[in-house]
Ligand binder design. Structure first.
Ligand SMILES: Cc1ncc(COP(=O)(O)O)c(C=O)c1O
Length: 395
């Protein structure tokens, strides 16, 4: 074998500037180590066990059969951008136009693009904790600094200190919010959104609002959106995805809305990552947007039952406290007496074949918190709850 003097040195050494310092997701880490476990019930990832509905799959297959195998427009097919604009306008009673919409390859891709557009090294981003790990870490890819504000568990659900949030807007470039929230299920109300938009206008702060769980709500049709409160040139970017609303996690399709003047910048940057979302995938997205309301309603009903089942069972476990989520499909719970959540979660896999996400993945300072994704069949949830209860009752 050919040896060179360089070979003793690893190629990756010294490459810490572009995100290599970012920790591996603790959920992914646990799941990777445990996925082969016989009989495991996996409640760690955020997706339903329902496959994408047939009418969406059929639309994509038909598009492929017709030969949609070529590059498409960078910002997305005009028919999908138009459909998304109509969908957002109708849902939120606002005027959203297609020129402000970009189709992206997933919600994650949309978040990344938003920060590529907005951030320069050293900029400050404010977000709330606990947070979906990607959101916490994406600003670091642009060498920006993250500041955090913690939601507090209260008698009336998770609480955000609005005065503190508004007070901090003066010295951050971007406010990153995720409502409905992963992992807590907390949701901002219209009055809070209006106050934040008003304050951000005064300070010139950008708002990036991750609304991928907008349709996973229990008492209403859709969660309040920043899109409904902003005007055409407000510094607001909303991030959305087909993953959760239409059970399309594997398709990798999403979108963002932005001020019209930003769209050309977005188009420029998109060229360097995905270039464009595949056309046949977008055809599936069009079917979802135009014919997906019945599926969404059925999913909301099913998830509400799943949420109530899990909350009821957790309510009978002495060591567990869980604030009922208003939205999204997670129960974020505290287990009394747990010091190391990674150890406990790994032990739960070994002894009970149950996979749940450690809370420190969403806020490194949390102790004894866990997230359960309850977007699963009743039988599976009943069995998961029984396994958890047995484990907690075993000394
Ligand atoms: C808050 C939040 N934003 C974005 C995403 C990414 O979604 P997508 O599948 O569209 O990349 C997720 C996925 O779990 C999420 O929870």
């Amino acid at each position: 074998m050919l040896q060179t003097s360089h070979s003793a040195k690893l190629a990756v050494e010294g490459l810490t500037s572009k995100g290599l310092d970012i920790p591996v997701s603790r959920i992914r880490d646990l799941a990777n180590r445990s996925m082969g476990t016989q009989g495991i019930i996996p409640l760690w990832f955020g997706e339903t066990d329902t496959p994408t509905p047939d009418f969406i799959r059929d639309a994509a297959v038909a598009s492929l059969a017709k030969g949609a195998t070529f590059y498409s427009e960078g910002l997305g097919k005009p028919w999908l951008r138009e459909a998304i604009a109509r969908y957002m306008s109708d849902l939120h009673s606002v005027e959203m136009t297609a020129e402000r919409v970009a189709v992206t390859a997933s919600g994650s891709n949309a978040v990344n693009l938003a920060f590529q557009m907005l951030l320069e090294p050293g900029d400050r981003v404010l977000t709330t904790l606990p947070s979906f790990p990607t959101l916490m870490n994406v600003p670091a890819l642009q060498s920006a600094n993250l500041e955090t504000l913690s939601l507090k568990p209260g008698l009336d659900g998770w609480q955000l200190d609005m005065d503190e949030l508004v007070g901090k807007l003066t010295h951050v470039k971007v406010l990153l919010l995720n409502s409905p929230n992963n992992p807590t299920g907390w949701m901002l109300g219209n009055a809070q959104i209006a106050r934040i938009v008003d304050a951000a206008r005064k300070t010139g702060t950008w708002i990036v609002s991750d609304e991928v769980y907008a349709r996973i709500v229990y008492e209403e049709t859709v969660a309040p959106s920043f899109a409904a409160h902003g005007e055409r040139e407000d510094r607001i970017i909303t991030v959305n995805s087909f993953s959760k609303s239409w059970a399309m996690t594997g398709w990798r399709l999403g979108w963002l809305t932005m001020p019209a003047s930003l769209t050309p910048e977005c188009e420029k940057l998109m060229e360097f990552s995905m270039s464009c979302a595949p056309e046949f995938i977008q055809a599936g997205g069009l079917a979802a947007i135009e014919k997906g309301e019945d599926f969404i309603k059925a999913q909301q009903t099913r998830l509400k039952k799943a949420r109530d089942l899990v909350l009821k069972r957790l309510g009978h476990m002495e060591r567990v406290t869980c604030i009922p989520p208003d939205a999204a499909f997670y129960a974020f719970m505290h287990i009394d007496g747990v010091e190391d959540d990674m150890d406990f979660a790994a032990d739960l896999v070994r002894t009970a074949q149950l996979g749940i996400a450690p809370g420190s993945a969403f806020d490194p300072s949390l102790k004894g918190w866990f997230r359960i994704c309850f977007a699963k069949e009743n039988e599976m949830l009943q069995e998961a709850m029984a396994r958890l209860q047995t484990r907690l009752e075993t000394p």
